[in-house]
Design a protein around this ligand. Structure first.
Ligand SMILES: [Zn+2]
Length: 269
């Protein structure tokens, strides 16, 4: 599933293509035909990302809400749109640009109270200027749940996925299974600041890089990582390989059906 930086990049891209315009909105596949008709021709005032949720705010207080889930994908281009291929749930067009959405988990219209309800059920998003990290720490410090599970819970922190969480815990030297209530206020300040930094860089680059300059392939004389997710990382999907910092083999475990990765040497806490 795309992590928050991807959704923030999409929000910026969609604003670049359509903000201030009156796109024609349709649903070639038909599943979003009624909603599309309600916003078609209205001014798209602005777009925003909140965690893994994308919002297009239209004049008339209607908001398009999209969650890509595992399979959702956007495509866009200049000029005339291509003939719809496959299940195009949503299509936006102007004289200059087109945008298609396929396979999302959610593509629906929200009223202002529904937008508020979405914001209320999400934790602070490290990529948003209005994020309040104290809200997240209030949940974490009362909980016996492992730190990794808390940071993956979108109602605690929004936008973080497995890569950001495993890598930020490595960089903080914290074991992923440590109970939230054992995290100190200083530990949280450091972890939050690091999430903000890692995610901001990922928005700029369009990929997740988490290794410090000393541990880059050039600095260490090692081969670059080859992975379809791209990016240089410390532990994510590197089980059994030597830790870039201490050389110990990277450990893998499971948490709620998901893989976890960490270095027992560096993350002894
Ligand atoms: Zn290590």
């Amino acid at each position: 599933m795309p992590e928050g930086h991807t959704i923030h990049r999409l929000a910026a891209r969609h604003a670049e293509l359509f903000a201030g315009d009156k796109p024609q909105v349709s649903s070639p596949q038909g599943r979003f035909a009624e909603g599309a008709a309600l916003i078609s021709g209205a001014v798209l005032e602005r777009t925003e990302a909140y965690g893994k949720h994308l919002l297009h705010h239209y004049a008339g207080e209607l908001t398009l809400h999209v969650h890509l889930g595992l399979y959702g994908k956007f495509a866009d281009g200049a000029g005339e749109p291509p003939a719809p291929v496959g299940q195009v749930r949503l299509r936006l067009t102007t004289d200059r640009h087109w945008l298609d959405l396929r396979g999302p988990t959610a593509c629906e219209l929200f009223t202002p109270p529904e937008v508020d309800a979405l914001r209320a059920r999400l934790g602070p998003d490290p990529l948003r200027a209005d994020a309040d990290p104290a809200r997240a720490f209030d949940r974490i410090r009362r909980s016996a749940t492992p730190l990794a599970a808390l940071l993956l819970d979108q109602s605690v922190v929004a936008g973080t996925g497995l890569i950001f969480v495993t890598e930020a815990l490595f960089r903080a030297g914290l074991p992923p299974l440590r109970p939230g209530r054992e995290l100190t206020p200083d530990g949280w300040r450091t972890l939050w600041a690091d999430l903000v930094e890692l995610m901001t860089v990922a928005v700029e680059r369009g990929r997740i890089d988490t290794v410090r300059p000393d541990h880059l392939p050039e600095a260490m004389g090692r081969a670059p990582r080859i992975d379809r997710h791209g990016g240089e990382v410390y532990v994510y999907r590197r089980p059994g390989q030597p830790c870039h910092v201490c050389g110990a083999p990277v450990a893998r475990g499971e948490l709620g059906g998901r893989n976890l990765y960490w270095c027992a040497g560096c993350q002894a806490g």
